[in-house]
Design a protein around this ligand. Structure first.
Ligand code: DGY
Length: 331
């Protein structure tokens, strides 16, 4: 299809599925970074210069510096629900609409949280490594003992959509659900999740499994460190499907090494894609490369929702998932 100069200019920061590219090319002149790797900040800044809209992922940092020369940018659409890669204040100051992709990934990500919990509690990665390394000679009564999931207590920190979906899975396992959140949920939601609101300290002390699902904001930086890990039971697991910066990884590696807690499961890392080498040294941890939402169906849905948001913004319509409504009010 020929592209006209009256079409908006859209910058796509990373490889996307072909059907997404087709959709965008029907509507815009597309500057496509056809690579799986994120661009360096200087290259990102350069490509944003002439864009009216940008489709980015959680790995592109969109801050005041990146936006310095982006004089015509109207909308930045994240293919992610988390948007800690955005400086929302800087975007709002420049009158740029910012959007994300909630809801479409809730159940897939909740499944991932539960999978990591089960794998960590039952030592799945450790057992498989041991088997592959040829150590399995006999069945033994005391071999590879884990901790139970069913009828235990799960402590969910961050009770948004994904936290609630995890709570519902936990109920099917006969678990008691306790939660901590910035604000207490309505009685209706608490009832639906059969969840009891507790303080952060009580949650850490009582939970057999601690699940982190809160957004990464500066107040949550290293929310789980040495002090918090020391409050947990020695039989407890810690699962993080939120953002790496929420956990002090050096403190966690030490706690696992000293068996201060039983095991951990991480899908997110503070310096990802680099993984803290201390985490790689401990056996009682399950590590995944940020794949919480990674099913074909869900990633396609995220991409299409992000494109819907982008196109709406460029057509001067309110995007369905607007993060900074103040920009809309100003326009
Ligand atoms: C999200 O959607 O926030 C996932 O973590 C992917 O970045």
């Amino acid at each position: 299809m020929s592209q006209s100069s009256t079409q908006p200019k859209v910058f796509v920061a990373r490889q996307i599925f072909p059907e997404g590219l087709d959709r965008l090319q029907q509507f815009a002149q597309v500057d496509y970074n056809d690579h799986a790797l994120a661009l360096a900040p200087a290259a990102l800044m350069e490509r944003l210069k002439s864009a009216d809209g940008a489709l980015v992922t959680g790995s592109e940092r969109i801050d005041a510096k990146a936006l310095e020369f982006a004089k015509q940018l109207k909308v930045v659409s994240n293919i992610a629900v988390g948007f800690n890669n955005f400086d929302v204040q800087a975007l709002t100051k420049k009158g740029i609409l910012a959007t994300n992709t909630p809801e479409v990934l809730t159940d897939t990500t909740a499944d991932m949280g539960f999978m990591l919990l089960m794998a960590a509690a039952r030592r799945l990665s450790e057992s498989e490594r041991w088997l592959r390394d040829g150590h399995w000679k006999n069945w033994s009564l005391g071999g590879m003992l884990g901790v139970d999931i069913h009828h235990s207590t799960i402590g969910i920190m961050g009770m948004g959509r994904i936290g609630q979906a995890i709570a519902k899975r936990a109920l099917a396992f006969g678990m008691e659900v306790i939660y901590y959140n910035r604000s207490r949920l309505s009685p209706e939601i608490e009832q639906a999740c059969q969840a009891t609101y507790v303080s952060k300290e009580e949650l850490l002390q009582r939970a057999d499994h601690v699940m982190l699902v809160m957004p990464y904001v500066p107040e949550n930086h290293h929310l789980i460190g040495t002090k918090e890990l020391a409050m947990m039971k020695p039989t407890a697991t810690l699962i993080n499907i939120a953002r790496g910066g929420i956990v002090d990884e050096n403190a966690l590696a030490l706690a696992l090494k000293n068996q201060m807690i039983f095991a951990a499961g991480l899908d997110v890392f503070e310096g990802e894609p680099d993984v803290n080498p201390r985490l790689l040294e401990v056996p009682n941890i399950v590590l995944a490369p940020h794949i919480g939402s990674a099913t074909k169906k869900t990633r396609l849905a995220m991409m299409h929702l992000a494109i819907d948001n982008l196109i709406a913004g460029l057509k001067n319509q309110r995007p369905p998932n607007l993060i900074n409504p103040d920009v809309w009010k100003m326009s």
